[in-house]
Design a protein around this ligand. Structure first.
Ligand SMILES: C[S@@+](CC[C@H](N)C(=O)[O-])C[C@H]1O[C@@H](n2cnc3c(N)ncnc32)[C@H](O)[C@@H]1O
Length: 261
């Protein structure tokens, strides 16, 4: 962990989440919706120990990036739809998912599959941003930029949904049938505890971050530049860009669930 954490991060709730991770011996770990492997990297730092990781994603292109990102690490990457995993029942000691709930077309089916492949007594871990609660104006801007991208992906037929509320997530997790569920909320992600850039991230008006978000809005809109809804969404994008310039942008707050099968 980096020394001299900024006060905002120290008070965010992320330290409590890290402490919880540090009590967990991961064994054989499954990460669902791995994308570029970012969460696996964090788990390698925060879990008390582990034997191996398996990362699955429906997107072959994303897994190529993950392979590149984690090329010397003990990770098995498999292109697979999490709605229908090919693993045997009770195969993994730990199953987890990060920032992927709102990308799933059939959330309950995926959560039930994750439960099926988890050993009795194993940990089921979810990390996901949430939309409600007392978030800073810069976080609300970030959420609305995300929601513009959701509208665009929906027009393109790509499953992508608005950021979930905390209650909606609790309802989903309650239906899995886990025991001993611990819930944490943090205004910063646990990975920030290990990021050298964190002091700069404290400032939502940081120039390079603002440039990044403005570019992201343009790139999102570019995906539908020939669509009949383009002009309307362009207007929404331009007004979001004004808000980014006024308030800056900061990542949404995060919810963590740790339950046992
Ligand atoms: C926002 S990304 C995940 C980010 C990553 N876990 C992290 O923490 O950095 C969501 C991922 O879920 C994947 N995904 C969506 N539906 C899926 C499904 N049914 N099965 C497997 N992966 C899926 C997408 O391809 C995408 O890579």
């Amino acid at each position: 962990m980096i020394a001299d954490l900024p006060v905002g991060l120290r008070q965010s709730g992320a330290l409590e989440v890290r402490d919880k991770f540090e009590t967990i011996s991961g064994g054989h770990v499954l990460d669902v919706g791995t994308q570029t492997g970012d969460f696996i990297k964090t788990l390698m730092i925060v879990l008390s120990n582990y034997h191996s990781f398996t990362g699955i994603d429906i997107s072959e292109d994303d897994l190529k990036k993950a392979k590149e990102n984690l090329k010397d690490a003990p990770v098995n990457f498999v292109v697979m739809n999490a709605e229908k995993m090919t693993f045997q029942d009770s195969y993994f000691d730990t199953v987890c998912m990060s920032y992927s709930l709102h990308h799933l077309e059939n959330i309950d089916i995926v959560l039930a599959e994750m439960y099926r492949v988890l050993k009795p007594g194993g940990y089921f871990i979810i990390q996901e941003m949430y939309s409600d609660g007392a978030q800073a104006p810069a976080q609300i801007v970030d959420r609305d930029v995300h929601h513009l991208d959701v509208k665009i992906d929906t027009l393109l037929g790509i499953p992508h949904f608005e950021t979930l509320t905390r209650q909606k997530m609790k309802d989903l997790i309650n239906r899995i049938g886990l025991s001993n569920v611990d819930v944490f909320e943090s205004s910063w992600s646990v990975k920030c505890l290990f990021c050298e850039d964190v002091r700069e991230c404290q400032n939502p008006r940081r120039a390079d971050n603002i440039e990044f978000i403005l570019k992201e809005i343009d790139e999102d809109l570019e995906k539908i530049c020939t669509h009949p809804s383009y002009d309307e969404l362009r207007k929404e994008g331009d007004s979001l860009k004004e808000r980014v310039r006024d308030y800056g942008s900061a990542a949404a707050s995060v919810m963590y669930f740790f339950g046992k099968k």
